[in-house]
Write a protein that binds this ligand. Structure first.
Ligand code: AMP
Length: 371
């Protein structure tokens, strides 16, 4: 099971067909034990309940009757407050034990309508069974006699449930993704490889948010924040800022851009711990890193480029050749292991970082367009 797209929205796998099947089997046991030899009338509420009713009654071990009533209650993602009237109840149910079979109960509005309808039917007993139940959303007091699976208050599709008409036929259940589809790139390469330059171009072209950890640190140093003070002591020596400080800062930057279509991470991750933290962060956002794009440039070219940049950038760590060489060494010592980290996931893409800025642009775009 992988992510699916219905209309404009993405959904991730949530409940498997097998889990649904065992939940229904358990509900059937509970209901049949309670009802005994009496012949119940199972009433499904259309449209959503057709799958659960079908699977439920196939498992029901004794004689039973099945009927449906209909009400159109949900449009799109939000449940509408204003529920349409139930239609289709033509049978005389007085004196019968009725079990309502619902696919899902969230606010309980549909249930209110069910109770209103059955108030005058003189049934012997009215029981409510629902496959899915959202306790956080439920606003009513009606008793739910049989519950299959409790779920959080998030939009789901599949197994009878739809998003604007689509998804009812899917045999398992999918949950809406926290964040919709994102393109997340890690720009990788030793200091001076041209990551910043390329990131500026890529963020425009692909409408991504560029996060350069080096830039964020320098901004903090300039503004003399507490974070800046900590970072400065490492940066001036060409050392890496400690992982936890860097990871916390990066997460805060990502959270500031909750609606981003994706990110370009530039200068992050630089260690194994950072790469793992980034994966975990992406997972929490129902997303992932699509690729690490590594600019490959020879050491001597790097030193030359950085010394040249130091003449105008004002960066203390660009002014001194031994600090520059130390930074490059740091890169190979700590950061190059990331090549392995992403290669193992088939997400490492090396790009020749020597040539004109435009040529390198084109090389990277060709890669991204192929994802
Ligand atoms: P950069 O602008 O990416 O070359 O980063 C400049 C300096 O900021 C580095 O030499 C580190 O001291 C610090 N820095 C930037 N990103 C990180 C990171 N991901 N982890 C640790 N230190 C970092």
């Amino acid at each position: 099971m992988t992510t699916i797209k219905l209309h404009d929205k993405y959904f991730k796998p949530f409940i498997s067909a097998q889990e649904i099947d065992s939940a229904i089997a358990r509900m059937v046991d509970e209901v049949s034990n309670d009802i005994g030899d009496e012949i119940p009338v199972f009433v499904g509420i259309l449209n959503g309940s057709f799958m659960v009713v079908s699977d439920f009654v196939k498992k029901y071990p004794k004689p039973c009757e099945v009927t449906f009533i209909k009400l159109a209650s949900y449009e799109g993602v939000k449940s509408t407050e204003d529920i349409q009237r139930l239609i289709g109840l033509t049978q005389n149910l007085s004196g019968r034990t009725v079990v309502i079979l619902e696919d899902i109960i969230d606010t309980g509005n549909t249930l209110a309508e069910v109770h209103r309808i059955f108030k005058n039917e003189n049934v012997k007993a009215l029981k409510i069974a629902t496959l899915f139940y959202k306790p956080e959303a439920y606003k009513k007091d009606y008793k739910l006699h049989y519950i299959g699976i409790e779920i959080p208050n998030k939009f789901i599709v599949g197994y009878g449930l739809d998003y604007d008409g689509l998804g009812r036929n899917i045999p398992e259940v999918y949950q809406i993704k926290e964040t919709q589809h994102m393109t997340n790139l890690v720009l990788f390469g030793p200091p001076g490889a041209g990551k910043g330059t390329q990131a500026n171009f890529l963020k425009e072209k692909y409408n991504l948010v560029h996060i350069s950890t080096g830039d964020v640190f320098r901004f903090n140093i300039k503004n003399e924040t507490a974070l800046g003070m900590i970072a400065k002591s490492y940066i001036d020596k060409g050392e890496l800022v400690p992982d936890q400080v860097t990871i916390d800062m990066l997460e805060a930057e990502v959270e500031k851009n909750a609606d981003a279509k994706g990110f370009i991470f530039d200068g992050f991750p630089r260690t194994d711990a950072q790469a793992k933290a980034l994966d975990a962060l992406m997972e929490r956002k129902d997303s992932q890193i699509n690729a690490m794009i590594a600019l490959e440039v020879d050491d001597e070219v790097l030193v030359e480029r950085l010394l040249k940049r130091g003449e105008t950038s004002g960066r203390t760590d660009d002014a001194d050749e031994s600090i520059i060489r130390h930074r490059i060494k740091q890169y190979y010592n700590k950061t190059a292991v990331l090549k392995e980290f992403y290669s193992e996931k088939d997400k490492y893409f090396g790009v020749d970082g020597v040539g004109s800025i435009e040529d390198i642009n084109i090389r990277i775009s060709n890669l991204i367009d192929g994802f």
